[in-house]
Write a protein that binds this ligand. Structure first.
Ligand SMILES: C[S@@+](CC[C@H](N)C(=O)[O-])C[C@H]1O[C@@H](n2cnc3c(N)ncnc32)[C@H](O)[C@@H]1O
Ligand SMILES: [Zn+2]
Length: 188
């Protein structure tokens, strides 16, 4: 999705857009025990296809149980400073991003060398959530998912500037959920 670039004053900081994992650490740690027992499936459980929500998406090809660890969000790992340098300008005026802020220090950039998880779309009524463990980000099912259903998590997209009504409109959500909040932006 492209949008017209806007001119900004040169003193204004260009901010990248990242998905943010805002789970409490305690929750991630609690989940860890269950995760260790997870057996890696022999056949892929997901496939990348066109999505009715936006561009490409990731879909279940087998039944996925609630609580299952599905896939890791992989890509190039870098500092926030480096992500800002690469994408600050590019993200100005576009809602498209493949950056995931794993921790306060590390951003995962799935733009060029990312795994299939980068295609997972956002929903305001998601069936997945993201959990960070030791700097790695995993997508886990929070509901039972049937074959053919799209995997969706809440992006909780965070901008460095204030989330104004205008910013929310410029990052529209098309998830179609009954309680859609109509923006990809989340809580700061
Ligand atoms: C990591 S990509 C996900 C894959 C994306 N569908 C694609 O084909 O590039 C993230 C971008 O997809 C778009 N997107 C994801 N979920 C969306 C939604 N519910 N409504 C509108 N756009 C969405 C936004 O532009 C977002 O920045
Ligand atoms: Zn929505």
């Amino acid at each position: 999705m492209t949008q017209k670039k806007k001119t900004r004053s040169s003193t204004r900081k260009k901010s990248k857009k990242t998905f943010k994992n805002n789970k409490l650490k305690t929750k991630a740690v609690a989940r860890k025990k269950a995760v260790r027992k997870t057996v890696k499936p022999k056949t892929p459980r997901v496939a990348v296809r066109n999505s009715p929500i936006h561009g490409r998406g990731v879909f279940a090809v087998t039944a996925i149980t609630r609580g299952a660890r599905i896939i890791e969000y992989t890509g190039e790992r870098m500092s926030h400073v480096e992500a800002d340098r690469r994408y600050g300008e590019l993200h100005d005026g576009s809602s498209h991003t493949m950056l995931f802020a794993a921790t306060d220090e590390v951003v995962i950039d799935a733009t060029k060398r990312g795994g299939p998880a980068r295609w997972i779309n956002h929903s305001c009524a998601p069936n997945c959530e993201t959990n960070e463990e030791e700097g790695r980000v995993f997508i886990d099912a929070i509901r039972a998912i049937r074959p053919g259903q799209e995997l969706l998590y809440d992006y909780n997209l965070v901008l460095e500037e204030r989330h104004t009504a205008k910013q929310k409109r410029e990052h529209p959500c098309h998830c179609g959920a009954r309680k859609c909040r109509h923006t990809l932006l989340g809580n700061k």
